[in-house]
Write a protein of this length. Structure first.
Length: 398
């Protein structure tokens, strides 16, 4: 039986110019169905004589995602509007081709918007999956989203796949799963870049990440476990939430050879980190360095830790080694746990072991923002972002 699709065209012009975004969405359910159909079934459907049917299948192509699913997605030529199940996935799309963002999974502050391309504030917020959040499915369809990326900061889980497949089933919009775990970020960029028609840019980013990772690991190889500098990651408004080593949000510190004093605390029940600890525990751990959220943008406790007498007996406070994690436009060390961590790894490595990882963090910051965030910042802006971590650490600084 041949499926007629002629009446779905909004105008003859659309038929002549190619598959419109709205026409694609109307047939999203058919595209999603191909996840379960063999390619032979697709060929039978494509054999319909309908001119529009033929055009639709010319504007689709199959991809096998990192969950092993074969999904029919728009060709590069037809792809115009992408959404994401999380802020992490949005950074991939944003860093490759911001014009393809069909909305935003993040609600940006004024300070963050200063380091993002113009008109970012005009993107419609459609929500995200994770931490109890939801995506506005009706808005996805209304805004003609053609493709959704679901990218995980850890190897894909059954929960990731279940949530994404439910979204695809409800909307008819194809969802592509990508393993964005730390050591696979390079391959994730190459995969996503191919889908978006940004292979050359994706390769540049992948090469950058590989170089940074290899350089940091090589430079810090002489640091033995006994020589690791102890560090406490202070999250939340009181600085009394943190990440155990099992959490993806602690990985930046692990790669940079910090000794996480909270390594063995249980992972918070939600699975998203931020395990509560007591001040007594932090005092007992007595870390040499504390990295804290800022109080201005993220509502953290950096100033409380530096000034409250209750924290004053801790080595990091006494020696002035309480550092505010840079947080614009995205946090450097963890959330979202994406490519931003490749700048965070350099920052932490240079702070802890400047004699081994001797780089100028002003220059590294400028390079990263230019490559990944589409913005050229000045030395002064880079120093402002680095805050109290620049100077004194890093022997190449003036």
């Amino acid at each position: 039986m041949c499926i007629s699709m002629d009446d779905t065209l909004e105008s003859k012009a659309e038929a002549e110019q190619g598959l419109s975004r709205r026409a694609f969405i109307k047939f999203g359910g058919l595209a999603a169905l191909t996840v379960a159909l063999p390619l032979g079934g697709l060929s039978a459907l494509a054999g319909c004589r309908s001119e529009v049917g033929a055009r639709i299948f010319r504007d689709l192509r199959p991809v096998t995602d990192h969950a092993g699913r074969t999904v029919q997605i728009p060709t590069v030529k037809a792809l115009e509007r992408i959404y994401f199940t999380s802020p992490l996935a949005q950074i991939y799309v944003f860093s490759l081709a911001p014009e393809l963002q069909g909305g935003t999974a993040l609600q940006f502050t004024k300070q963050e918007l200063e380091f993002l391309p113009p008109d970012t504030d005009k993107l419609l917020y459609m929500g995200s999956i994770g931490s109890g959040g939801e995506i506005d499915r009706e808005m996805l369809m209304r805004e003609d989203i053609q493709l959704v990326f679901s990218i995980s900061g850890v190897p894909l889980t059954a929960a990731n796949i279940s949530d994404g497949e439910a979204l695809q089933e409800a909307t008819g919009i194809p969802v592509v799963f990508v393993d964005g775990s730390f050591t696979n970020v390079m391959n994730a960029y190459r995969f996503v870049g191919d889908i978006m028609g940004q292979t050359e840019r994706a390769e540049r980013i992948a090469n950058y990440c590989e170089t940074v990772y290899n350089d940091v690991v090589s430079a810090l190889a002489p640091v033995t476990d006994e020589q690791r500098i102890s560090l406490y990651y202070a999250e939340g408004p009181f600085g009394l939430a943190t990440e155990p080593n099992i959490s993806q949000h602690a990985l930046t510190f692990e790669v940079a050879k910090a000794r996480n004093v909270a390594a063995a605390v249980p992972l918070a029940g939600t699975g998203y980190g931020m395990t509560n600890v007591s001040l007594e525990s932090v005092i007992k751990w007595n870390p040499e360095v504390i990295v804290a959220w800022d109080d201005g943008i993220r509502g953290g406790a950096d100033e409380i830790i530096r000034t409250n007498p209750d924290w004053s007996d801790i080595r990091a406070v006494q020696t002035g080694r309480v550092y505010t994690m840079p947080n614009v436009p995205f946090a450097w060390c963890d959330r979202p746990p994406g490519v931003n961590r490749f700048l965070g790894v350099q920052w932490v490595a240079n702070m802890l072991y400047p004699q081994l990882y001797d780089v100028d963090m002003v220059e590294e910051t400028k390079k990263f923002y230019s490559l990944l965030y589409w913005i050229d910042i000045t030395d002064e802006q880079a120093r402002e972002i680095l805050g109290n971590s620049y100077p004194p650490y890093g022997t190449s600084k003036e």
